[in-house]
Design a protein around this ligand. Sequence first.
Ligand SMILES: [Zn+2]
Length: 271
Amino acid sequence: MNEALSLTEKDGIYYLFFPRWEKSGMVGHGFSTRLGGISKGPFAYLNLGLKGGDSPENVSKNRKSFLGIWGKQEGDLLYGEQVHGKEVFLVDRDFLDKGSREIPATDALITKERQVLLGAFSADCFLTFFLDPEVPAIGVAHAGWRGTLMGILAGVVEAMNEKFSSKPDALEVLLAPAIGPCCYEVGKEVLELCNASPWSSDTVFYPGIRPGHSFLDLQKTNCNILRKVGIKPANIITNGFCTCCNQDLFYSYRGAKGKATGSHLGIIFLR
Ligand SMILES: [Zn+2]
C-alpha cells in the first residue's frame, strides 16, 4: 500500500518505523539500519547481532543505544533462535516468569502482554510485524526463503487467531526491508522446496540469469500468502528497499559474499 516507512534519527541512531503505528500510541516498534553504532569493519556501525563474530561488547553497547530509544534494555529483549523454521511461540505470563530470553527452535513470537519486547534479527531475511489493534496483540516473524515457502506468516495469523481470537481482517502487517528480487537469484534447492510447498502458486519468481535459477520475490510472495489467509491488502504495509542494493544503509548477507556482516534488529511491544 502507499503508506511508507519513515527513516528517523534519535540520539544518533537511525531506524525505520511506520508513522501510523507510532501515532496510534498502541505500540513501540522500529527496525534498525546500520547507521549510528560503534561497531567496526564489516560490522560498521550499528550491528545488533552476535552471530557474525563482532565484539560482544560493541554489540551490547549498540543494543543499549538502540533499545534505549524506547526506554528498554538488552535484558528485556525476547527473540527466537531463528532456525529458518515455521514455529510460532506464544509468550504468555507463565513463560515470562521463567525468564529465558532466547527461545529455541523458533522464528516467530506472539503476545498480548503489555511491555513485552519481542525482537528478531536479520541481514536480508524478512522481518514482519503484526498488530491486532482490537485485542490488542502483536507478533514478529523472521523469514528467509525457507520460512516463506513453509508459510510462517500464515502460521502467525493462524496462531494469533487461535490464541487471541484475532480476526485476520483486523490484523495490520508491516514488512521490513529485506533482499529484493533484483539481488535474489535462487537455485534448485529453493525451486524444489517451492514445488513441494502448499504456497507454490503464491510464490513469485522471475527468469534467472544462470541456468536453472530464478529470481525470488520474497515480499510479493509473502503479500500473496497474507492476502490468502485473510489480511486486507490495505493492511499490508510494504517497502521499496532492497538490503543488498542499499548496503550503505543495511547489512546484507548475500551482499557480503560469504564474508562477515552485521545484523539488524526489529522490535515491537504493546504500550
Ligand atoms: Zn537489490
